[in-house]
Design a protein around this ligand. Structure first.
Ligand SMILES: Cc1cc2nc3c(=O)[nH]c(=O)nc-3n(C[C@H](O)[C@H](O)[C@H](O)COP(=O)(O)OP(=O)(O)OC[C@H]3O[C@@H](n4cnc5c(N)ncnc54)[C@H](O)[C@@H]3O)c2cc1C
Length: 302
């Protein structure tokens, strides 16, 4: 059955790439995670749809990834098909105030394109290392901006195999949330509305935010950014620090000494160590302050 699956998949995917037993540590910013049984990077929308349909027909579980910057994959890996939306689906075009991009385009590249065209509104996203697809799914945001502020509409593939253009107002965008997960949408691309601005000022703002990131965040270590969502009325990092957990270490996983809201891979961490550490932080903060920290990081294969 599995042999038949990979054979048919390879027949369908010509522009893209198909791999077996692909280590997910190569595709996640934590740099941990065991192999995906099947890993495909579709070269176009038709190949993406074909891969999904084939997985459905042959009852192979399926999961979509972008840049893997908000993802912890188990050490055992994922016994299914990873559909990686990356460089092969990453076109960006700009006309007037409108930026249109495919899901695999990185936020950094989109922000650069906006800057080059004298368009303001993407500065907040320039330092977020995700893809557009992941950013829409997560409603990524930083420094007072979020995807919700700029999205006009989103192109998706529905679980029924339909290509739809969904207005941003119907995407249920809120703090680090969209309807992508509940509706099992695959984000294919999006259109964003920006405003004309002075390129010099846009660049200054991007540089200022990048400097703030370098100063506050442990960018020198693999991580998935802020591990936890901001609980209402609190800051996750402050609660963790106040619970005495700054620098708390489990094997190669550590609560960053630079920013307690980041769990980092200090070197050679296993996914299980990261997950255990996250659980311990949740328990200790819960016990001490009565606040349940919800993870922003998503888990796969546990
Ligand atoms: C150093 C660092 C700093 C960060 N700073 C920020 C920050 O300031 N603000 C912020 O919001 N986040 C931040 N992040 C987290 C992360 O970059 C964002 O959540 C980003 O939007 C995730 O995009 P991705 O492509 O990496 O998604 P992935 O990690 O690949 O996937 C995340 C989730 O989105 C889903 N997904 C991905 N692509 C698609 C698609 N095309 N269609 C449907 N679902 C999809 C996946 O299934 C998964 O559930 C940071 C991460 C790091 C490592």
């Amino acid at each position: 059955m599995r042999q038949e699956f990979i054979r048919t998949l390879k027949e369908q995917i010509k522009e893209g790439a198909v791999m077996e037993q692909e280590p997910m540590s190569r595709h996640t910013s934590f740099q941990v995670g065991g192999p995906a049984a099947f890993f495909v990077e579709p070269g176009n929308r038709r190949e993406l749809k074909a891969a999904i349909e084939l997985a459905g027909e042959q009852e192979v579980p399926c999961f979509v990834t972008g840049n893997g910057t908000n993802l912890l994959v188990s050490d055992e890996g994922y016994d299914g098909l990873i559909i990686h939306i990356g460089k092969l689906l990453s076109g960006i075009s700009v006309s007037d105030n409108l930026v249109e991009a495919e899901a695999g385009a990185s936020l950094a590249k989109i922000a650069r394109a906006a800057h080059e065209h004298g368009l303001s509104g993407m500065e907040f996203a320039a330092g977020i290392p995700g893809s557009l697809g992941g950013a829409v799914a997560m409603n990524a945001g930083a420094y007072g901006g979020e995807m919700k502020d700029i999205l006009i509409d989103v192109d998706v593939l529905t679980p029924e195999g339909e290509f739809l253009r969904v207005p941003a107002g119907q995407m249920d965008l809120s703090y680090r949330h969209s309807c992508v997960f509940e509706r099992d949408y695959i984000v294919l691309g999006a259109r964003m509305s920006l405003t004309p601005g002075d390129p010099r000022q846009i660049l200054d703002r991007m540089n200022e935010l990048a400097a703030r990131r370098r100063e506050k965040q442990p960018l020198e270590y693999p991580s998935a950014g802020s591990t936890f969502k901001r609980p209402e009325g609190y800051f996750a990092g402050k609660l963790i620090q106040d619970a005495g957990l700054k620098g708390y270490t489990v094997g190669g996983a550590q609560v960053s000494e630079k920013h307690s809201g980041f769990v980092i891979n200090k070197g050679g961490a296993e996914a299980e160590e990261i997950r255990f550490l996250i659980r311990q932080v949740q328990k200790k903060v819960g016990r001490q302050f009565g606040v349940m920290l919800e993870t922003e990081v998503r888990f796969l294969g546990f």
